[in-house]
Ligand binder design. Structure first.
Ligand SMILES: C[S@@+](CC[C@H](N)C(=O)[O-])C[C@H]1O[C@@H](n2cnc3c(N)ncnc32)[C@H](O)[C@@H]1O
Length: 223
């Protein structure tokens, strides 16, 4: 797949797939988008809403640049709640592409974790620090069934017009099956068809204000 690394409006990198007219993040800012949707509306919300949680497991659909993993890892540093983070990726970036990503320049103290995240072997658990264990899986979500259950799912597939097969009732029903209760799924896409598919799979939906350039995002819960 032909891909290029480009710079978004907040100065942070993203990856673009010209043939699909798809970007890995919003061109308004990769970093501001990841922080807003996945860290603030997902991870930090969950920790605030369920303060008695003793540990957290997170499943990411679409590891890509590893930006969501990096921000989650940094959030867990010094935190009271250890995080197990599993991320699936069908088309891992090459070392050359990873070398062009500039997140370490934009996120204080992230350089060593960025390297550790991308050096971690696929298919094995890697302890990045006392409170963060990462498992990257190189597989197609259509065929992969995670063995764990998760408190939080970051659903970060390409948009429904690019990957309609990943935004179906069947997919959300499978994701509902791997969620713990209470559990949440956060995603950037708030299209009507997607909301209907999530509801049909049994999720309770909240529409939240989106990051810059996006009116709404979705947090879907299983209580
Ligand atoms: C919108 S990008 C996600 C970006 C990523 N979360 C990040 O922060 O860089 C979608 C990602 O899903 C991956 N992907 C696409 N189809 C997939 C599939 N069927 N199974 C697993 N990963 C897939 C793509 O290769 C891409 O990395």
């Amino acid at each position: 797949m032909n891909r290029t690394v480009q710079t978004t409006a907040d100065g942070s990198s993203t990856v673009v797939v010209p043939a699909l007219k798809a970007t890995y993040h919003s061109m308004y800012g990769a970093l501001q988008e990841s922080r807003h949707i996945f860290v603030q509306s997902g991870l930090e919300y969950y920790l605030h809403r369920y303060p008695l949680a003793r540990e957290l497991s997170v499943f990411e659909m679409g590891f890509g640049t590893g930006l969501n993993a990096l921000l989650t890892c940094l959030t867990s540093v010094g935190g009271k709640v250890p995080v197990f983070y599993e991320a699936i990726e069908r088309f891992p970036l090459s070392q050359g592409e990873i070398a062009q990503l500039n997140y370490a320049d934009h996120i204080a103290g992230s350089s060593a974790f960025f390297t550790a995240i991308h050096s971690a072997a696929w298919g094995a658990r890697a302890t990045l620090h006392d409170s963060f264990v990462l498992q990257k899986v190189s597989a197609d979500i259509i065929e992969y069934t995670p063995t764990e259950k998760y408190h939080i799912i970051y659903f970060d597939a390409f948009a429904p017009n690019v990957q309609p097969e990943l935004w179906t009732v069947q997919m959300f029903a499978r994701l509902a099956d791997i969620l713990l209760h209470p559990g949440i799924l956060v995603t950037y896409c708030s299209k009507g068809d997607v909301q209907r598919a999530m509801k049909a799979a049994g999720f309770h939906l909240e529409k939240l204000p989106g990051p810059k350039g996006k009116r709404e995002i979705i947090r879907a819960s299983m209580i």
